[in-house]
Design a protein around this ligand. Structure first.
Ligand code: SF4
Ligand code: SF4
Length: 192
């Protein structure tokens, strides 16, 4: 993060939006105690600890938050949410930030997690289920196709042992799953 940022560069609309999404309703109550960061098993690897993410969001540091690795390193363990004395559900809030980062294409380039998240969502929308082998292939093609060569021996072993299949898995009523997802997306965009 740059040392100095001018107030005019902050995105107040982003700070307001944050209070309307699941987990963000109470972020204005954050007292910056740091209990979330202390409880977080991933904070040592994050560019901003959970406490700092909340502080940045509250002030409108949209670029820094959406392009941070923190939101993608969150392991959804809920330790922060359990420890927070203000009852802030940081874990759910991290999901809202991930969703926004994907929507705006602001996630850190080259980081596999956002790519996997997008391909997972596409598979579920198309077939109602995700197939591990297809997920890995599709993500690798976007991230680094050469990596597929490296993964091939492991993939072959898993295939031979029956631990992974190439046949796409799918539910019977795929249209119903799609209708459900569309309804939930429409409801969400009405709220925004
Ligand atoms: S534990 Fe809760 S109140 Fe304390 S810094 Fe984290 S989010 Fe804020
Ligand atoms: S849910 Fe995410 S941010 Fe919270 S403690 Fe676990 S890894 Fe850290």
């Amino acid at each position: 993060m740059r040392g100095i940022k001018f107030e005019a560069e902050l995105d107040r609309a982003f700070a307001r939006w944050a209070t309307t999404v699941p987990g963000g309703e109470r972020i204005r109550e954050c007292i910056q105690c740091g209990a979330c960061s202390a409880a977080c098993p991933m904070s040592g690897y994050m560019d901003y600890t959970p406490r700092r993410i909340i502080a940045l969001v509250k002030e409108g540091f949209k670029d820094e938050v959406l392009s941070s690795r923190t939101i993608w390193l969150c392991a959804s363990c809920y330790a922060c949410a359990v420890e927070c004395p203000q009852g802030i559900n940081i874990t759910d809030f991290m999901y809202a930030l991930k969703e926004r980062a994907i929507k705006e294409g602001r996630y850190p380039k080259g980081l596999p997690t956002p790519i996997y998240a997008q391909e997972f969502a596409r598979l579920v929308r198309a077939r109602g289920r995700s197939t591990e082998s297809l997920l890995v292939i599709r993500a690798a093609l976007r991230l680094n196709p050469l990596r597929l060569l490296k993964l091939a021996p492991l993939g072959l072993r898993l295939l031979l042992r029956g631990r992974m299949g190439l046949r796409p898995e799918q539910v019977r009523d795929r249209a119903a799953v799609r209708a459900m997802l569309t309804a939930s997306e429409n409801a969400k965009s009405r709220e925004e």
